[in-house]
Design a protein around this ligand. Structure first.
Ligand code: ZN
Length: 231
């Protein structure tokens, strides 16, 4: 156990933390820049969402406001585009971009976009994997039992797989959003460049999360290897 607390694999966690900090700082900066730029159309996030959904021929999805900031999401079960208070009533490029992105998920759902379905299907196992992998892994380290360590690593891999499948879902929702913003005339091509920056910065946080998890997975593998040599 001594080696577990002071092992050299900690540098992997430090790299993961730096990647995550960098990505969230970029998103914060980009979001705050474009939350001060008002769109020429003057549409709010809510109005943008309704316009995009109508234009995409989607009539069974509601647009509702939810509390908090950065709580925007699409709920496929209730068919709702849920926009945070900061997105719902704002006319900034940031708000319009986020609203359009959530509609991108609604359009994916309507079109039966395969990665979205795969992602929904693996949510339960990914959650179990994320919650139980480390406890199981630590038990494996304490008992120096290789099969237990392997189960821990395998369970964590499920969480990594989930984050991997999240990437095409997020990038695709954003590209659909940008197409719809231009097609519906909500944003000019010039404004769309700003929207692209906001959505790219948001997508990069998912890439950073995946990178962080892969580094954690490497750390587990290194720890398991070291544990084997010790006994
Ligand atoms: Zn999304």
């Amino acid at each position: 156990m001594y080696g577990f607390y002071f092992d050299r694999t900690y540098f992997l966690l430090i790299i993961a933390a730096l990647i995550s900090l960098g990505a969230s700082a970029l998103l914060k900066k980009t979001y705050s820049t474009y939350s001060r730029v008002r769109s020429h159309s003057g549409l709010t996030g809510e109005e943008t969402a309704r316009r995009i959904l109508r234009s995409a021929g989607i009539n069974d999805v509601q647009v509702v406001a939810v509390q908090g900031s950065l709580t925007d999401h699409y709920d496929p079960r209730s068919h709702k585009v849920c926009l945070s208070e900061t997105t719902y009533g704002q006319t900034s490029l940031a708000a319009v971009s986020v609203a359009a992105h959530e509609c991108g998920h609604a359009i994916q759902h309507a079109h039966n976009y395969a990665p979205l379905n795969i992602r929904s299907a693996i949510v339960p196992v990914a959650n179990i994997g994320a919650n139980l992998s480390w406890p199981i892994f630590v038990v494996g380290l304490i008992l120096s039992m290789r099969p237990v360590l392997m189960i821990g690593i395998l369970m964590f891999s499920l969480a990594v797989l989930f984050q991997l499948v999240t990437l095409p879902v997020e990038f695709n929702a954003s590209s659909r959003a940008l197409v719809m913003l231009e097609q519906t005339g909500t944003l000019s091509p010039e404004e769309n460049k700003g929207a692209r920056k906001v959505l790219t910065a948001a997508a990069l946080t998912y890439v950073a999360a995946l990178a962080g998890s892969v580094l954690q997975l490497l750390r587990m593998i290194a720890l398991a290897g070291g544990n084997r040599r010790d006994d």
